[in-house]
Write a protein that binds this ligand. Sequence first.
Ligand code: SF4
Length: 488
Amino acid sequence: MIIFISGHKFHFEIENLCRMFFPNSEIKLNYEFYDTDDDFIFTSMVSVDGRTELKSEIRVGEKSVDFSDSLCVYSDEEAEYKLALCVFKCLHSVTGYTPAWGLLTGVRPSKLMSKLIDQLGEIQARKYFTEKLLVSEQKTNLAAKVSEIQRPIVAENKRNSFSLYVSIPFCPSRCSYCSFVSHSITSSNAKKLFAPYLENLKKEIEFTGKIAAENSLRLESLYFGGGTPGILSVDETVMLTDAIKNSFDLSTCREYTFESGRADVITSDKLAALKNNGIDRVSINPQTFDNSVLEAIGRKHTAEQAISAYNLAKSKGFDSINMDLIAGLPGDTVSGFKSSVDTAIMYRPENITVHALALKRSSTLVAKENALLSQDNTATEMIDYANSSLIAAGYLPYYMYRQSRCVGNLENVGWCLPGKECIYNIYMMEEIHTVLAVGAGAVTKLKQPNGSYIERIFNFKYPYEYNSRFEELLERKKRITEFYSTYN
Ligand code: SF4
């Protein structure tokens, strides 16, 4: 699919819309129109006698259609919206497909819903979703419910609040659908990087702790994510949790999560070490309870191991456990997925996070197996079943986000038993406060206190770079203090 752009700068939005309708097509942008036999969409904006004329024309195979509109007073926001609407109508008209999230391509629907409710009230905010953005009633209700559940937690945020994220980008092996920069610890290269990585991580924790204290920041939540943090041995876990204890004031910390991740690395002594070191929330991620699907995606554990790991965590006294499930995994079926949802609900973990499969180019599935995103209704049926079953079982949707290249253009939703929301997920996804992040691939997000400005500091993505350019990375972090002296 070629997108021709003429007279406007909204290529990003137009490309995202096209991707929703043609998830498996290669999309090329071009700024000059030329005759072609390929499928194309032409988008233009021209000023005529004080008005701005917008036009979108599409040709897919034998079908072609066009829509136009105009603006009498130009504003970027209105021009982008009206042009996107023309493009959306064209795409809908030639494919017959209606995305449930309508024109909404952003990754944070509940953040937008909360902002609109604050500005317009709930009735108008819902109308904006359904009438202006063409979001379905069902998805509008979901975003509004998430916004409602989050509100009291967001209100607890203080001016100087922050959360800490610790990145462990290593895994026991690589899952075929994964596009995350994570190294399989079985490779000799990763083995060599691992010990120096942990040493540097400890130093970065200490350095970041000093900066947090210098700026009188108040720690609300802590999150060890990955990769698979559960890959750390007991000694390595204690080394890092001790570094955190010695570097940060934990007296204000309300939640401490450790993504144990895969059942093949979870042991009784590791869980005991977590419990003894203040961790009160763990994530144990089956993804599916179907062993043939687990095997097909390259996860080296069984459903039975995931259940044993869950029971073990319960027996150690963890009263906040998350289970991740993924809809749309290769080889899974609607009935298989329904059974995974039913199994997860039967164990009643405090949190169940339901993801819709996203397939990025860097995953083994796409890079080596040329997998395509399914365009039938399978994933939608799966997600609809998960949503209705979780509601019926008393779970509440407490955070959500969307990803590009996601099956069915669906969403990822974190569900919780009442009062068991993961506050880190809310603060991070809704961009409520600063997240100081340590480790390779981690991104520190500085949030202006009482404002909306956000600035990012990127750590090096790969562990080898993180190790070899470590001093440079610490230099970058000095920006945190400059930021707070400017915006406080
Ligand atoms: S465990 Fe998670 S991060 Fe690691 S390879 Fe699998 S999906 Fe990726």
